[in-house]
Write a protein that binds this ligand. Structure first.
Ligand SMILES: C[S@@+](CC[C@H](N)C(=O)[O-])C[C@H]1O[C@@H](n2cnc3c(N)ncnc32)[C@H](O)[C@@H]1O
Length: 328
């Protein structure tokens, strides 16, 4: 491709259009047009990669970090990280750590979610017929729910996650790699518990905020760590009234990380100050507001979880889990 072709492709590229502002900042911050083109070709894989960098920087958060680097944005100059570092260096133990879970108790989050839900599903064949796992990612919770449900549907907006779920359903296993350091990786195999009947799990790509009208009712609906990722969470919460069968169970877990990365502030169900009375509105207050008319709160607990990204890098979080029963 010559430069004109590349420029034409860039302008026609939807992803590029979405990032036009970013490129604007890149140019404003002194990166040349040629560098911007190189960067675009690098990320969009159009032709040989003209930028020398590890292959792993092609995806996800590393891509964002790479863009920020190219745009001259230093994360350590952001106000949020500045304050986080003050806490990191000078915070009292009680301020830094609000929970006393050990890392071991943070393992197997998805199994703990399905166990928590199943514990409250009544022993009734109608209620144990169908379950729905919204934001199922790569499917562990969906598969686990087949222990008591005849049919479990996992829905996620990510096609690659749904493809992985279907491969795991077909083969019961999937090979993958985890970065240990830089370009170094370790090989792993994901295995679905052979005791589970994978034929009872079904996966579909879909949007939680716009679920198919003919999807039916469920004895249990789970939305684990997804509510704060939705662009219009209220649409999903309103839909739950018809999705969860009378007496059925709803499990919502969330670390309530509301951010404009996922949804405009106007859509947040919590994490803001009420402009009328100045009160803090938390995510759980938002859930109660939207659910209490049709659901009774059964229990609420803290659920830690840990994700490993490299040999020595982990992220630890604590979700708030609330279990609800659909009023009759
Ligand atoms: C933080 S992950 C949680 C995944 C899984 N439930 C777990 O607990 O490991 C959020 C998941 O929600 C999915 N997701 C985000 N927005 C969605 C939407 N509008 N509809 C369906 N899934 C969505 C993402 O693709 C991702 O798999």
């Amino acid at each position: 491709m010559d430069k004109i072709d590349i420029l034409r492709s860039m302008v026609n590229d939807k992803w590029f259009q979405g990032c036009a502002a970013g490129v604007g900042i890149s140019l404003a911050s002194g990166i040349s047009i040629l560098s911007a083109i190189k960067l675009w070709r690098h990320i969009r894989h159009s032709g040989p990669c003209p930028v020398s960098c590890p292959a792993s920087c092609h995806g996800g958060e590393k891509e964002v970090a790479y863009w920020n680097y190219k745009r001259g944005i230093n994360l350590y100059e952001t106000s949020q990280l500045f304050h986080e570092y003050l806490l990191f260096h000078y915070g009292s133990p009680e301020d830094v750590l609000h929970f006393d879970f050990g890392l071991q108790s943070s393992l197997d989050f998805q199994k703990r979610c399905s166990d928590l839900c199943m514990k409250y599903v009544k022993d009734d064949e109608n209620l144990r017929n169908r379950a729905l796992d919204v934001g199922c990612a790569v499917g562990r919770t969906t598969f686990e729910l087949t222990r008591i449900f005849n049919e479990v549907i996992g829905i996620d907006s990510s096609l690659s996650f749904i493809n992985a779920c279907n491969n795991l359903k077909d083969l019961g296993r999937m090979e993958y790699k985890i970065t240990t350091e830089g370009d170094l990786h370790e090989d792993y195999v994901a295995i679905v518990d052979p005791e589970l009947d994978r034929n009872c799990a079904f996966f579909r790509k879909g949007d939680a905020c716009c679920l198919p009208l003919d999807i039916g009712q469920f004895g249990a609906v789970l939305a684990c760590n997804v509510i704060d990722r939705l662009a219009t969470p209220v649409l999903f919460l309103e839909r739950l009234t018809s999705l969860v069968a009378p007496d059925g169970v709803l499990l919502i877990t969330s670390p309530y990380t509301f951010s404009t990365v996922f949804a405009p502030k106007e859509s947040w169900i919590g994490g803001y100050v009420n402009p009328v009375d100045g009160q803090h509105v938390t995510g759980f207050m938002g859930l109660r507001f939207h659910l209490q008319k049709f659901f009774d709160l059964i229990t609420e607990i803290d659920m830690p979880y840990v994700m490993r990204s490299t040999e020595r890098t982990h992220s630890c979080s604590v979700s708030h889990a609330s279990v609800w029963r659909r009023k009759r």
